[in-house]
Design a protein around this ligand. Structure first.
Ligand code: ADP
Ligand code: ZN
Ligand code: ZN
Length: 723
């Protein structure tokens, strides 16, 4: 019987493609095949083998080559990917493209799975020019002077080492080799004695090993969540199973890898987008063949094969980095739950500021909540105070009370952090004579002044222009920066505290991968310092001498049109505040605002995140917003507004009549113009998820067929997190 292979291909069409089996070899579900597609060749994954095609056998092309004799993707992963593609309305092939590292999406043999080692060559050992090398190259040569190191060790000790290795290897100073993977245990360090709450959490999850059960581990940063993860991973390893730990950002990865490896005494496989493609493929394959016992990774690591799964952990589960915002718009936390169910293992969601979605799930009894209320190392939780900015004389946006608190802190030899979630010098550049302000011609939004570079930059589309010397409309010479970004605060603080080091931490000062770590490591000492920075400072390194956190410019978050702004603001305030008083010194947090009476700020400060979140949830329930309703957002953009309007109107008309949906729009997007393209949207909302999903696929197919769809860029976002 001539079978037909149904293949998922990396093209953005929500369909599978039929091919005749290859001339040689027996394809199975989950193996990769090279197929002809139009004039090119593509690597796809066999999703099903059918007796006959719906297209008509005569016209089918044949698979060119079978790439895997055995399935590369196991049935659980295949099933989960099919579910994910269906739920987030992705093309099947896009889901596979996200799951497979790039090196495995090419028609090449699988990479060897030995460990990669680097050492000095003979020339490298006697190199006379080694002393003349700088930066990463110099550090790498010094590291390898004591003997070969594995790529994993290098990842931990010198982030960004590969560029240096490539340079030195082409100068024939370094050599690369492969050795069989290490299977003897590494020395492990001792765990601290767990607190009662930690023990209870470990016991509860431990009792669920071997079955599906979601847990929400609610504990602020520093409350000992990672110790709970470690104790549980130890149990999982003792049972011969694998553990997957997801973190929102790679910034968090190096220190966590080190901590996991030192404690557990096993190699920790790391999977994130900053790895070389070869490393990514190797880590993925080692997880697949069971060699990798502990896998740590960011969003896309949720697709790691886990043939011996024991536990899945999602750290900082509230973090929006888990949602992919382009292409295949999946949510890694939600997918982690789906996988845990399919694999029959517990899933642990950790956060000090859980998402309202997870809190609602806990409230409904779908998750079990575990609390860590005490902070092991700290004396007591930081005190939070509001500074009322009304009727205050401000010094570059900083109130006298705030400056006095910073002065006290550095006088005691301690460190202060001034947090402002806006980089650049000033968000607006204004002419006082005529009212002109610098605006992005492609977005209709104010350009941010970056004074150090004498540039105006659009933070939405990266448009840049030189800072004008005089007003371009009236010629007046006095252009005034309005408002404060981190760069201006840095300048103001240097002027106020000339004798104290002021460090700015934002995307501009930490563009290099290792610069952030280096900046923060200078703060480990017991020296006074002032830090100015954005969101990047909300997490990461422990700063034991940091005792004051001053948060400025939160008021913008209180006026946003996005219904999630309140939740985000509360999370950010709590995360940033958590940086104060981590060690033995008590911390203090100041929140500078024009709206000291705002209910969200009041409940947050008086009763903490849990109470504020309860109120936000009650509000969402009242007005039937997620998580008490379900949304799908159709976005469209095009060079001309009429093209967007025509498409959205046609999309609206293509909705099934009488479907129990609330429809908002078509309407302009919150940013109606961005990078020169007009943007609009249509929001669908339903009380039940199944109502919504019942009509989505057919609507999507109708949209693809619309003539007006060809003149716009459009996408569907299921459970969007920004409107
Ligand atoms: P989180 O992951 O919630 O931020 P961690 O697990 O990293 O918290 O713990 C914060 C700090 O407290 C770490 O330095 C950790 O070693 C320490 N710690 C955690 N639990 C204990 C404990 N039971 N006894 C002593 N120190 C602990
Ligand atoms: Zn002017
Ligand atoms: Zn712009």
């Amino acid at each position: 019987m001539p079978a037909v292979l149904r293949v998922a291909l990396p093209v953005p069409l929500p369909t599978l493609f039929d091919y005749l089996p290859p001339a040689a070899g027996e394809a199975c579900v989950g193996s990769r095949v090279l197929v002809p597609f139009g004039r090119s060749k593509l690597v796809g994954v066999v999703v099903a083998i059918e007796a006959e095609t719906t297209v008509g056998n005569g016209r089918l092309k044949q698979v060119l080559r079978l790439l895997d004799d055995d399935a590369l993707l196991d049935p659980e992963l295949m099933q989960t990917l099919a579910w994910a593609a269906d739920y987030w309305l992705g093309a099947p092939g896009e889901a596979y493209a996200n799951a497979l590292p790039l090196a495995l999406r090419e028609a090449k043999p699988l990479p060897a799975l030995g460990d990669e080692y680097w050492s000095l060559s003979v020339a490298g050992r006697s190199a006379h020019d080694a002393g003349s090398r700088r930066g990463g190259s110099k550090t790498l040569l010094a590291l390898l002077a004591d003997g070969a190191l594995s790529a994993q060790e290098l990842n931990e000790r010198l982030p960004g080492w590969r560029d240096a290795a490539r340079r030195l290897a082409s100068a024939e100073l370094l050599e690369r080799s492969e050795r069989p993977p290490l299977d003897r245990p590494l020395p492990a360090s001792f765990a601290p004695l767990l607190s009662n709450e930690q023990q209870q959490a470990v016991a509860a999850v431990g009792a669920s090993l071997g079955q599906y059960q979601p847990f929400l581990l609610d504990g602020v940063t520093g409350s000992g969540k990672t110790e709970v993860y470690l104790a549980l991973i130890e149990q999982v390893l003792a049972q011969g199973k694998q553990a997957l730990l997801l973190v929102p950002e790679i910034g968090l990865a190096p220190q966590t890898v080190r901590r996991l490896r030192e404690r557990l005494g096993v190699i920790v496989e790391v999977l994130h987008s900053n790895l070389s493609e070869g490393d990514r493929a190797r880590a993925w394959l080692r997880a697949r063949n069971g060699n990798a016992r502990v896998i740590l990774g960011t969003r896309s690591a949720v697709f790691t094969p886990l043939p011996q799964a024991g536990l899945i952990i999602v750290d900082e589960e509230h973090d929006s980095a888990y949602k992919q915002q382009e292409g295949f718009r999946y949510h890694a936390r939600d997918l982690a739950l789906v996988r845990a169910r399919a694999l029959g293992v517990p899933v642990l969601l950790g956060s000090g500021t859980p998402s309202l979605e997870s809190l609602a799930n806990a409230e409904a009894g779908r998750y079990r909540t575990l609390h860590l209320r005490a902070r092991p190392g700290a004396v007591r939780p930081p005190q939070v105070q509001i500074i009322d900015m009304r009727a205050q004389r401000l010094e570059h946006g900083l109130s006298p009370a705030l400056l006095a608190a910073v002065a006290d802190t550095v006088a005691r030899g301690e460190q202060a952090l001034v947090f402002r979630n806006r980089r650049g010098y000033a968000p607006v550049l204004l002419c006082h004579s005529c009212g002109w302000h610098a605006e992005c011609p492609r977005c209709d939004r104010p350009l941010t002044l970056h004074a150090g570079r004498r540039q105006l930059i659009c933070h939405h589309c990266d448009y840049r222009q030189r800072m004008p010397a005089v007003c371009p409309t009236c010629g007046a010479g006095e252009l005034k920066p309005q408002g404060q970004g981190t760069e201006r605060l840095e300048e103001a603080l240097i002027a106020q505290f000339p004798q104290v080091p002021v460090l700015r931490v934002d995307r501009e000062t930490t563009r290099r991968r290792d610069a952030f770590e280096q900046l923060l490591s200078t703060l480990q000492d017991d020296q006074p310092a002032i830090l100015v920075g954005t969101q990047m400072l909300a997490k990461g390194h422990d700063l034991p001498n940091l005792t004051l956190v001053a948060i400025v410019g939160v008021d913008e978050g209180l006026h946003s049109v996005d219904f999630r702004a309140g939740e985000r603001l509360a999370q950010l305030v709590v995360q940033v505040a958590g940086r104060a008083g981590r060690a033995r010194k008590p911390g203090r947090v100041l929140l500078q605002t024009h709206q000291p009476e705002h209910p969200l700020l009041r409940s947050l400060l008086a009763q903490g995140y849990a109470a504020a979140a309860r109120e936000l949830l009650a509000e969402r329930r009242l007005i039937q917003l997620p998580p008490y309703s379900h949304q799908v957002l159709l976005r469209a953009d095009a060079p001309q507004r009429e093209q967007v309007d025509a498409f959205l109107a046609a999309a609206h008309a293509a909705l099934p009549i009488n479907a129990p949906l609330q429809i908002a729009g078509p309407m302009p997007a919150p940013m109606p113009l961005r990078a020169g393209r007009h943007r609009g949207q249509l929001l669908l909302e339903a009380a039940s998820r199944s109502t919504l999903h019942g009509m989505l696929r057919s609507w999507q197919l109708a949209l693809i067929a619309l003539p007006s769809a060809r003149r716009v860029r459009w996408s569907l976002d299921v459970d969007p997190i920004d409107l």
